[in-house]
Design a protein around this ligand. Structure first.
Ligand code: SF4
Ligand code: SF4
Length: 195
């Protein structure tokens, strides 16, 4: 044992230093937040509950191409489509099993139309598993609740790249070539069915 270490041991230097630190923090302002009474604004770009985006006319932007479901590593997105008038694809059901989601945002990045988003709403606990199975209607409702107005636009502008315009594709009004390419990709991925 060195002399320095001997002195430290005999005079309890380390213990005194520790107590001094405790004492210093004892009189400083507490940083503990009294959640849920005290809430903090989520950080910009937070990834929480999903929503399906609507355009200015209030229609769902999703065209049912299936890219998001194909990219999802948790395979928790289920899309059911049918053929409407003029051979137009109709999205009958769009469902997300949120409990399986890992919030990677691959679905948001994969979507050519900015049709699926991760909002910053994180307080959605419940007592049943069923409550976390979000249907198309619930997801569209989430858009109105948490992302409507400039918030949704800002969110996309700031935090999500690449976007469809990076590839020369339209964002809000999908053109024919996009739908065609989407159909090809969907044919490769195949419609995913719920278990
Ligand atoms: S955030 Fe990731 S895991 Fe969750 S639905 Fe999207 S792609 Fe799937
Ligand atoms: S990638 Fe976008 S447009 Fe295609 S099915 Fe998913 S949310 Fe809809």
């Amino acid at each position: 044992m060195t002399f320095k270490k001997f002195v430290k041991t005999v005079f309890f230097i380390e213990i005194i230093k520790g107590l001094m630190l405790t004492l210093r923090h004892f009189f400083s302002r507490a940083v503990t937040r009294q959640y849920p009474k005290e809430k903090r604004e989520p950080f910009p770009g937070s990834r929480a509950l999903h929503a399906l985006a609507k355009d200015e006319a209030g229609n769902a932007k999703c065209v049912g191409c299936g890219l998001c479901a194909a990219m999802c590593p948790s395979q928790c997105i289920y899309i059911y489509t049918s053929e409407g008038e003029d051979h137009k694809k109709i999205v009958d059901r769009y469902e997300i099993d949120v409990l399986r989601c890992v919030f990677c945002a691959f679905c948001v990045e994969a979507c050519p139309f900015g049709a699926v988003v991760l909002t910053d709403h994180f307080e959605y606990s419940d007592y049943s598993r069923e409550a976390f199975y979000y249907t198309k209607e619930m997801l569209l409702d989430n858009w109105d609740k948490y992302m409507a107005g400039p918030k949704g636009k800002e969110y996309f502008k700031k935090f999500w790249r690449p976007k469809s315009e990076d590839f020369g594709l339209a964002v809000s009004s999908p053109n024919k070539s996009v739908q065609e390419s989407s159909s090809e990709l969907q044919a490769q991925a195949g419609d995913r069915k719920a278990p």
